[in-house]
Design a protein around this ligand. Structure first.
Ligand code: NG6
Ligand code: CA
Length: 506
């Protein structure tokens, strides 16, 4: 009798335990979403995309456990426009978004719905940690007061930022509305026109620099590295580039930890492997490629730290990680860090032509991985995909309707493609560089452009793809875009040029 009642008791307990509301909530819980967005990482820069001179085991683990894309693109061959599209679901030319100086105003109007707003509507906590480069404030910001509008005014609950790029002043972190560690007795002033204050600048102080730089990068010296632009004051707030991985990782993991019980969206924008490449001592010398290769190893470590934290908190299964880059690779981007000589047989753009700043494929075709252990069956996908589609796709996933006609105007729902359920990607897609291109299937049309290559790029070995006459390539048999078919196929050129201008006028 005793035994029977014990069994009955245990059975009812089991029933109660397996049906508690908490458990139901857990399985119904929306997945967390983390974008790990790397700066200037090229198609060929990861071992899972064919690199041999550098090993990236943590990113490779995402690739083998998720969907690894071979024809996925950021929208532009430089940072600001790609990030604009990622966050707004609109092509960047619609807002003339181009590389911004470090004192530019915010280029996304509060009121324009962003992907962060969309996640918030879906009940998510939202944060951005890392490189911003979309401007801050209304005019030229006062760095000594509350700096707004910024991410908090366009959908993020929390932000911890490198305001522009690591090679641009001001070289300070901004947390929510304020510069971190700012001493009110040493106010910050920033200028992109002329030298200000008494701090050393690159051109004068060559001997104290960690690496020499070209004229554009020879402004104020901070942490032994000369930057683009000039600043005075704010000395206690200066960052040390070598501390980026530790500081930014801890800000990201703190956010994850404090939101472990409700769905969150984290836009984690790493400053690696953009210049200046000054990796932490624990990564220096890890590759034969010099600072650029070591920065890739550092970026891989940061990715591994995020994974580790998710596992530790039991969140790994139900967190989607989207790993990608904001533009293609560049070796010499202004600092004498020996990237070119050290790169040896490494092909940062993989088998594609060009890189950062280029209209050719390596300008925008970037490593792209979607990882979600709970739902995704690992596979490779050749689907044509653009980051501009993340907005509509994640809206679909979390059940948020895009109601405003001005929201995410270029974004298509590609959820099934992201989840590996099919490989029917886009039928057409724009690529933005110093000229516009359109892909239609494997055909690529690059619009003619009379604009000259900017002065600061002329002496660099960078193939911008700028030509005064149209270019047409068939990537199926010419992935390196070497055989221009424009003259042979005038009808196709006409049709593609018309399609491009129709989209641009829409
Ligand atoms: C360029 C900078 C380059 C880099 C780039 C932006 C010069 C000569 N070069 O203007 O160093 O900062 O802007 O890179 O000034 S991006 O990845 O943020 O687009
Ligand atoms: Ca970039």
């Amino acid at each position: 009798m005793k035994k029977i009642s014990f069994l009955f008791y245990s059975f009812s307990l089991l029933l109660i335990v397996s049906c508690t509301p908490k458990q139901e909530n857990e399985s119904a819980k929306k997945p967390n979403v983390i974008f790990i967005y790397v700066d200037d990482l090229g198609y060929g820069d990861l071992s899972c995309y064919g690199a041999t001179a550098v090993q990236t085991p943590n990113v490779d683990a995402l690739a083998t456990g998720g969907i690894q894309f071979t024809d996925a693109h950021c929208t532009a061959a430089t940072c600001t426009p790609s990030r604009y599209s990622l966050l707004t679901g609109s092509y960047a030319f619609r807002n003339n978004a181009a590389i911004l100086p470090g004192n530019a105003p915010l280029i996304i109007n509060p009121g324009q719905e962003t992907i962060a707003d969309m996640f918030k509507k879906g009940g998510y906590a939202t944060a951005v940690v890392g490189k911003w480069h979309l401007g801050l404030g209304n005019g030229s910001p006062d760095w000594n007061a509350a700096i707004k509008p910024g991410p908090l005014e366009i959908g993020f609950d929390y932000s911890y930022l490198i305001p522009a790029t690591a090679d641009r002043v001001p070289t300070v972190f901004v947390e929510n509305h304020n510069v971190v560690n700012l001493d009110p007795n040493d106010p910050i002033t920033v200028s992109y026109d002329k030298r200000i204050g008494t701090d050393p600048i690159g051109l004068e102080e060559g001997e104290v620099l960690k690496m020499t730089a070209d004229a554009q990068h020879s402004g104020t010296v901070v942490n032994g590295i000369s930057r683009i632009g000039y600043m005075s004051g704010g000395h206690k707030a200066y960052w040390k580039d070598e501390e980026f991985p530790n500081i930014l990782t801890s800000k990201a993991t703190d956010f994850i930890t404090s939101h472990k019980n409700k769905p969150f969206f984290l836009y984690f924008a790493l400053p690696d492997i953009h210049v200046p490449r000054a990796p932490n001592a624990k990564f220096a010398g890890k590759t034969t490629m010099g600072p650029r290769g070591d920065a890739i190893v550092q970026m891989d470590w940061v990715t591994g730290q995020i994974m580790k934290k998710l596992k530790e908190l039991n969140l790994a299964d139900n967190t989607i990680i989207v790993f990608s880059s904001d533009n293609g690779p560049v070796l010499d981007d202004g600092y004498a860090d020996k990237s070119v000589v050290n790169s040896d047989n490494h092909r940062p753009g993989g088998n594609f032509r060009g890189g950062k700043y280029s209209a050719y494929e390596a300008g925008t075709r970037v490593p792209t991985i979607v990882y979600w252990p709970a739902k995704i069956k690992p596979a490779k996908s050749q689907a044509l995909l653009s980051q501009v589609d993340f907005f509509a796709s994640f809206a679909k996933l979390i059940g948020v309707k895009i109601e405003n006609a001005a929201t995410a105007v270029d974004s298509f729902d590609m959820l099934d493609v992201l989840m590996g359920k099919n490989t029917k990607g886009r039928t057409n897609m724009l690529e933005e560089a110093f000229t516009m291109s359109i892909r239609v299937g494997n055909w690529k049309y690059i619009a003619p452009q009379t604009k000259a290559t900017p002065d600061w790029l002329v002496n660099k070995d960078i193939k911008t793809g700028l030509q005064q006459t149209p270019q047409l390539y068939n990537l199926s048999n010419d992935p390196r875009e070497e055989n221009n078919l424009a003259e042979k196929m005038p009808e196709r050129i006409k049709a593609m040029a018309a399609q491009l201008s129709k989209i641009m006028k829409a």
